[in-house]
Design a protein around this ligand. Structure first.
Ligand code: GLU
Length: 467
């Protein structure tokens, strides 16, 4: 029997939500369908001097808004269906957080964790040549970003290769996001997805209409995080800094659980030095990593890959909230089981949209060729200073100089990014939660899909593509 792919999952979730839409079914079919998939094979020399044939994909799900946007993942598991499903998720993710992109996703079939940096660099630069030749990359066309197995390093190689190929495009830095700060990246992009996960969880906990039964705020809440990569690490760090107790951490090789709480930085260091969690000297270590996510907790954060919560283990999950930091961690069968058991799921297409939100800020910054703080920091400081002078004059009191200096300080670019991200995540949650209530939808996932598919459908109508 063929295992369901991420694209099958997406189709099922989409169709569940589309039942509540009044749009023409043919329009909904267009909104659902993935527009383009470009499959490439190209030769790259490996470290032994042998030629390897590399398989890669770039899927562009929807062009209702341009450029298309989405990460590039490096993994041996990548195939056409996976990138199609992930590209589709990107379309609806962008619509939910109101960033003006269609969805895309790329994948390269290599194991980045067992490859030399030199090989990964050769593959990355060759990939960009391929994408460029076929018009699958460019600031106005399609803008990649980090995903599983890629990061700032790969984004720097992508930007550098693109600008070599397109020296006359003055916006060449906007051809990719998630770049290092020294190469026109933006502060906050690295931690953006994890931070967004934190804001989304906070908002759900504070939602008086949600049925999770937990109190608002994170104080003392028990959290299990699966995957301590970029997303999981920053989410766990933010959650624990705001009072949550990280009781479980699962990685590819093993998991660790301690109801009294783990020192997540220590676990992260162990993972860094030993390449995994096996042999961690505290708590209960599970050789079967998936057993960790079945332990008691309030919030379970799957932040690794797809298909982690399936019909096989969903009935053993002991959390009140499943917060989908990864893309596609819950299969539709498992989703039904969780719903039936009264477990609240905060869906991926909303919860992990912090990454693309800050990518949007980076893209705008690169297109404007100026950082956000540069144009307003001094102005904001002057404005506050005049206001404080007026308060002092009117009240006849002198404001303490330390306090004054603190209040007067204008926002850094990081402050601006963090605040805009928090606002985006908060407002987006409220929109989907409201729709869920108003339309009496079964869960937040249906609400997120319905909200975003209606927006995309409306774009097709406004573009005159459907009567
Ligand atoms: N790979 C990330 C995602 O799945 C980021 C996409 C982007 O920033 O364009 O949302």
């Amino acid at each position: 029997m063929r295992l369901a792919s991420l694209y099958d999952d997406f189709t099922e979730y989409f169709e569940q939500a589309a039942q509540y839409s009044e749009h023409d079914p043919r329009l909904l079919e267009q909104v659902k369908t993935c527009n383009n998939v470009y499959q490439m094979t190209f030769p790259v020399e490996n470290d032994d001097g042998q030629i390897e044939v590399i398989e890669a994909y770039r899927a562009q799900h929807s062009h209702h808004r341009l450029p298309t946007k989405g990460g590039i993942r490096y993994s041996k598991m990548v195939d056409a269906d996976e990138v199609k499903g992930l590209a589709a998720l990107m379309t609806f993710k962008c619509a939910i957080v109101d960033v003006p992109f269609g969805g895309a996703k790329g994948g390269v079939c290599i194991d980045p964790f067992r490859s030399s940096p030199e090989f990964v660099e050769r593959v990355t630069r060759r990939l960009v040549i391929e994408l460029n030749q076929h018009n699958f990359i460019g600031p106005a066309i399609d803008v990649p970003a980090p995903d599983y197995g890629t990061g700032e390093r790969e984004m720097a190689w992508i930007a550098d290769t693109y600008r070599t190929l397109n020296p006359h495009d003055i916006n060449y830095w906007s051809c990719v996001t998630g770049k290092p700060l020294s190469l026109h990246g933006i502060p906050g992009r690295r931690e953006a997805t994890g931070l967004g996960v934190f804001h989304g969880i906070m908002q759900c906990l504070a939602d008086p209409y949600s049925s999770h039964g937990l109190s608002p705020g994170l104080d003392g809440k028990r959290v299990i995080v699966q995957g301590l990569g970029n997303v999981g690490y920053h989410a766990a760090r933010e959650l624990s800094e705001h009072g949550a107790r990280i009781v479980g951490i699962a990685e590819h090789d093993a998991g660790v659980y301690d109801p009294n709480g783990l020192d997540m930085e220590d676990v992260a260091n162990h993972r860094w030095t030993h390449g995994g969690i096996a042999g961690y000297p505290a708590g209960q270590v599970f050789a079967d990593s998936l057993e960790t996510i079945e332990q008691p907790c309030d919030i379970l954060v799957p932040a690794a890959l797809e298909h982690q919560i399936t019909a096989d283990n969903a009935h053993r999950v002991q959390a009140s909230v499943v917060a989908e930091a990864a893309n596609g961690p819950t299969s539709p069968d498992a989703d039904r089981i969780l719903r039936h058991r009264g477990i609240t799921v905060i869906p991926d297409l909303y919860l992990n949209a912090g990454g693309v939100t800050v990518s949007y800020f980076e893209w705008i910054k690169n297109l404007s060729h100026v950082s956000f703080d540069r144009m307003l920091r001094r102005n904001s400081e002057m404005h506050t200073s005049r206001l404080l002078d007026t308060i002092e004059q009117q009240s006849g009191t002198v404001i303490n100089s330390d306090r004054r200096a603190m209040v007067e300080q204008g926002p850094s670019e990081r402050d601006i990014v963090y605040d805009a991200l928090a606002q985006t995540m908060t407002e987006s949650y409220d929109r989907i939660a409201r729709l869920r209530r108003e339309r009496e939808l079964p869960d937040l996932r249906s609400a997120a899909y319905l909200y975003s598919l209606e927006l995309v459908a409306q774009s097709y109508i406004d573009l005159g593509l459907f009567p």
